[in-house]
Ligand binder design. Structure first.
Ligand SMILES: [Mg+2]
Length: 196
C-alpha cells in the first residue's frame, strides 16, 4: 500500500518571487547554484529559507506522505536544491520540457496532465503557487472519483509557510488510509521515475 504523495514545487514555493524592488523575504538566504549542464562561470542565484529544511524533514519523519519534487528544476531539485536544505535524496516527477510561453497554455498548470498520468490512482497533496481555477476543479473531480487530492497554493511572494504543511498532514490524517492499488494505478515507491 503506497503512501499519499506530497508533490512539492520550488519556484514560488521554496524560492519566493522577488518583490518589484528586487528584494526577497529577510527569512531567505542567497545561494549561487549550478544546475546540471550550467556553465560554472554563470551560476544561478536562488533564495532559500533555512527553516524549510527542518519542517520538511519533520514531514518526512511522520511517515504519512511520500515527499516528491514536482518542479521545473526536475533532477536538480534532488541534487542541487535539496542538499542546501539538508534534505535527504527525494524522488522527483520527471516533467517534460514543453515549448511554452505561459504556465497555463490550456488554462491550467502545464504540469498537470503529466502529474495526472504519473499519479494514476494514488492520493496526492500538491503544493504549487501556480494553480488556476481549472486545476482546483480537476482536484475536486479527482477526489470525487475516489482519488483524494489536495491542492495547496502558497503566495509566490512569500512562499511555503508551516501552516501549508500542517494542512497537508491534517488532510492525510482525515483522508484515512490510501486505497489499495488498482490495476493501472502507479502506486510508485520513492525513487521511481515517472513515465515519459
Ligand atoms: Mg512555481
Amino acid at each position: 500500500m503506497s503512501l499519499p504523495h506530497l508533490l512539492l514545487d520550488i519556484d514560488g514555493v521554496l524560492i519566493p518571487f522577488p518583490c518589484r524592488d528586487g528584494t526577497t523575504p529577510d527569512t531567505h538566504l542567497r545561494h549561487d547554484v549550478l544546475p546540471a549542464g550550467r556553465d560554472p562561470a554563470d551560476p544561478v542565484a536562488v533564495w532559500l529559507n533555512p527553516d524549510h529544511g527542518p519542517i520538511l524533514r519533520e514531514v518526512i519523519r511522520t511517515g504519512l506522505v511520500s515527499l516528491t519534487w514536482c518542479t521545473s528544476w526536475r533532477q536538480d531539485a534532488a541534487t542541487v536544491i535539496g542538499p542546501l536544505l539538508d534534505l535527504p535524496p527525494l524522488p522527483y516527477v520527471d516533467l517534460p520540457h514543453p515549448r511554452i510561453t505561459t504556465s497555463h497554455p490550456r488554462g491550467y498548470l502545464w504540469k498537470r496532465d503529466h502529474v495526472d498520468a504519473w499519479l494514476g490512482g494514488a492520493p496526492a497533496a500538491w503544493i504549487d503557487d501556480d494553480f488556476t481555477s481549472l486545476d482546483h476543479i480537476w482536484a475536486a473531480e479527482r477526489t470525487a472519483r475516489g482519488f483524494p487530492t489536495l491542492l495547496v497554493q502558497p503566495d509566490p511572494g512569500i512562499g511555503l509557510q508551516p501552516g501549508h504543511l500542517t494542512a497537508v498532514l491534517d488532510w492525510v490524517r482525515k483522508s484515512g488510509p490510501p486505497p489499495p492499488a488498482r490495476p493501472g494505478s502507479s502506486g510508485r515507491a520513492a525513487g521511481d521515475r515517472a513515465p515519459r
